[in-house]
Design a binder for this molecule. Structure first.
Ligand code: IPM
Ligand code: MN
Length: 371
């Protein structure tokens, strides 16, 4: 199989984690006889520095022509602390989502038993957690009308949703539930918001098309509480843009590190894969960032290409590194491995070069994983 992948390294730790995913994809390609071609393009603070805009038109063109997009991270502290900045790196990501119509953001949350100790939640709460969030990504308050007056004594963000926007992502969420534990929870604020009542109405109306899926509703304030009190009650969570943004960061507490969570943003004809963590500028260039969120996003890309066996193998390799605690500093601040070493270990596992015994000393010397 030949696939053309647009790669956007972006800012901060984006380049170094994405490099690991490329190494893993290349190893998969070699093992299974595929060819992945990469086209590198700019977005984020680096694009502002080099071109004056966070998303050059050329990047959109390359992405539109590609089969999928591998995305690192964008953001820079110099913009975070300056609310008056007119041009911001995040605008690049939002514009990319909108331009490519990536309306469904899919965020799986897994709890690894060897990492239970990292979570502030009790192991008993974490056992058997396996949930997935379907977050609407191109509508709602993120993209509504924005206004403010001259002296900024008031500001306004409008929130709009249409029946079509609700239905297209709800179909994907219902279908995901059918493949999983057959439970779908719509999270909204229908006791207060008109847009939430619209979501409820149309999702409810779709339910008879999916008779095998049990549909339930939860207000977002209660959902935020239930997600950490009893996360195993959830299978597929469907929600609008802002609620999904907040709940998915909250859900990362279940995995133990934000660095572990992958995501896929899909539309009708394109898809973008990115870790949910941000640019984490303080760690940039130090080879300490966790590459697993990006590598697991690459596994989602393989799923999207329908390369199921390949995706399973990459996930198995990730689980193997976690189980052996070949992990980065966010997970083990004392006995940690470098970003690039974790990437190499995963490649070695994927290519079948790890047969059981591993040369711990070589790994520690960052030389090789092979005996
Ligand atoms: C995310 C991020 C983005 C969002 C930011 C960077 C605009 O937090 O992907 O969750 O809010 O959607
Ligand atoms: Mn977010």
């Amino acid at each position: 199989m030949i696939k053309n992948i647009a790669v956007i390294f972006g800012d901060g730790i984006g380049p170094e984690v994405t490099q690991q995913s490329i190494k893993v994809l290349d190893t998969v390609a070699e093992k299974f006889g595929h060819q992945f071609n990469y086209a590198y393009c700019l977005a984020g603070a680096i694009a502002i520095d080099e071109t004056g805009t966070p998303l050059p038109d050329e990047t959109i063109d390359v992405c539109l022509k590609s089969d999928a997009i591998l995305f690192g991270a964008i953001g820079h502290p110099k913009y975070d602390n300056d609310p008056s900045a007119k041009v911001r790196p995040e605008q690049g990501l939002l514009k990319l989502r909108k331009s490519l119509q990536l309306f469904a953001n899919i965020r799986p949350v897994t709890a690894y038993s060897s990492l239970y100790h990292l979570s502030p939640l009790k192991s008993k709460v974490l056992e058997q957690v396996d949930l997935i969030i379907y977050r609407e990504l191109t509508g709602g308050i993120y993209f509504g009308e924005k206004k403010t007056n001259e002296d900024q004594s008031w500001a306004y963000d409008g929130c709009v949703y249409t029946k079509e926007e609700v239905e297209r992502i709800a179909h994907l969420a219902f279908q995901a539930a059918q493949q999983r534990k057959k439970k779908l929870t719509l999270v909204d604020k229908a006791n207060v918001l008109e847009t939430s009542r619209l979501w409820r109405k149309w999702v409810q109306q779709m339910a008879p098309q999916y008779p095998d899926v049990q549909l339930s509703f939860l207000f977002v304030d209660n959902a935020a509480m239930q997600l950490i009190l009893n996360p195993k009650q959830f299978d597929v969570i469907l929600t609008e843009n802002l609620f999904g943004d907040i709940l998915s960061d909250e859900a990362s507490v279940i995995s133990g590190s934000l660095g572990l969570l992958p995501s896929a943003s899909v539309g009708f004809s394109n898809a973008l894969f990115e870790p949910i963590h941000g640019s984490f500028s303080q760690a940039a260039g130090k080879d300490i960032a966790n590459p697993l969120g990006s590598i697991l996003s690459a596994a989602m890309m393989l799923d999207y290409f329908n390369l199921k066996e390949e995706a399973v193998l990459v996930r198995e390799a990730v689980a193997w590194t976690i189980a052996h605690l070949f992990v980065t500093k966010d997970i083990d601040p004392i006995n940690f491995y470098f970003t690039s070493t974790v990437g190499e270990l995963i490649c070695d596992y994927v290519s079948g070069r790890i047969s059981g015994d591993i040369n711990q000393e070589n790994i520690e010397l960052r030389k090789s994983t092979i005996i």
